[in-house]
Design a protein. Structure first.
Length: 310
């Protein structure tokens, strides 16, 4: 469930546009006024507000907010103001340029087949290149093979599984991990092409047959970037909400994770952030709001908390 808290009744797009205009005029920006509007509107409502703002003032609202805000707050607002699929395309583009393989794996493995296709179309529209093309241009070797395979596949999204196939491919994966041949073409083929249901069956068989989960087996082998990407892929396929919960733990307890914190809150607030929040609080015995308050500050903190429903 979403955490986004939209008021009822909702002001008209014109009224919201006028409120944002007022918040951006004069000496200094009224950040509180900006948050009160945009952090309590869904993607469809934000789209109408942007159209109304441009119609009323002949100005692009996102560009105006960019010029008025700064730092982590500005980056979070910028991402939030884009439609969800464009939001993911923007995040993927940043990840490509910064060689953040984790975000590319998240995009490929958490989205459904059709959702991934829409994100890739949005990426193409924004940057006039395919996401696979840019990933291939910024990576090399085994990482390139793996990421392009994840992005390029059109997985079967149904529930059907082949148990015998799960048994045989669990053994293939185990043998590769045991021999530390992590980038074996069969490993890339299995993770890059099989349906999520089939992969879950394979990972379950792995644990039943060899007495340890595949993620734990991978965790103890090496700190190599490629193996880290394999772990992220498995976690995102098996339990994406648990993956996001663990990411929030890292983001709220370690320095330098502001981008990850923004990414989780901004991309999941309209989807399943409530369940992720509940998982976080169950596992850490701490309120997510408090953890964010300890990590973030100022208007950035207020914006994140507003998206969290506060």
């Amino acid at each position: 469930m979403a955490t986004l808290n939209v008021p009822h009744p909702v002001p008209t797009p014109e009224e919201d546009a006028q409120a944002l205009r007022k918040a951006c005029q004069g000496w200094g920006t009224d950040e509180k006024g900006v948050i009160e509007v945009i952090a309590h509107r869904n993607a469809d409502q934000l789209r109408l507000i942007k159209l109304a703002y441009e119609r009323l003032y002949n100005e692009n609202l996102i560009k105006r907010l960019e010029s008025e805000l700064s730092g982590d707050f500005e980056r979070a607002v910028y991402r939030w103001m884009h439609p969800p699929t464009e939001r993911e395309a923007l995040l993927a583009h940043v990840a490509v340029t910064e060689s953040d393989h984790r975000v590319i794996v998240e995009t490929a493995c958490i989205n459904s087949t059709n959702e991934l296709l829409v994100v890739k179309k949005a990426y193409h529209a924004l940057y006039k290149r395919s996401l696979e093309e840019d990933v291939a241009s910024h990576t090399s070797g085994d990482m390139r093979k793996f990421l392009v395979a994840l992005l390029g596949t059109y997985r079967y999204d149904g529930p059907d599984v082949n148990i015998r196939l799960a048994e045989s491919e669990a053994k293939i994966l185990h043998d590769a991990i045991k021999e530390k041949v992590f980038s074996h073409e069969e490993v890339i083929r299995i993770l890059g092409t099989r349906s999520k249901a089939q992969l879950v069956a394979t990972f379950n068989r792995y644990k039943d047959e060899f007495g340890v989960s595949i993620t734990k087996d991978l965790s103890g082998k090496t700190s190599d970037d490629f193996v880290a990407a394999l772990r992220v892929a498995v976690r995102c396929i098996v339990a994406p909400k648990k993956y996001y919960e663990k990411l929030l733990q890292s983001a709220t307890s370690n320095p330098g994770y502001e981008d990850a914190l923004t990414r989780v809150i901004v991309t999941r607030a309209e989807k399943d952030l409530k369940e992720i929040k509940e998982l976080f609080e169950h596992r850490t015995n701490a309120l997510l709001e408090q953890a964010i308050s300890n990590k973030a500050s100022g208007d950035y903190r207020k914006f994140l908390l507003a998206l969290l429903g506060k």
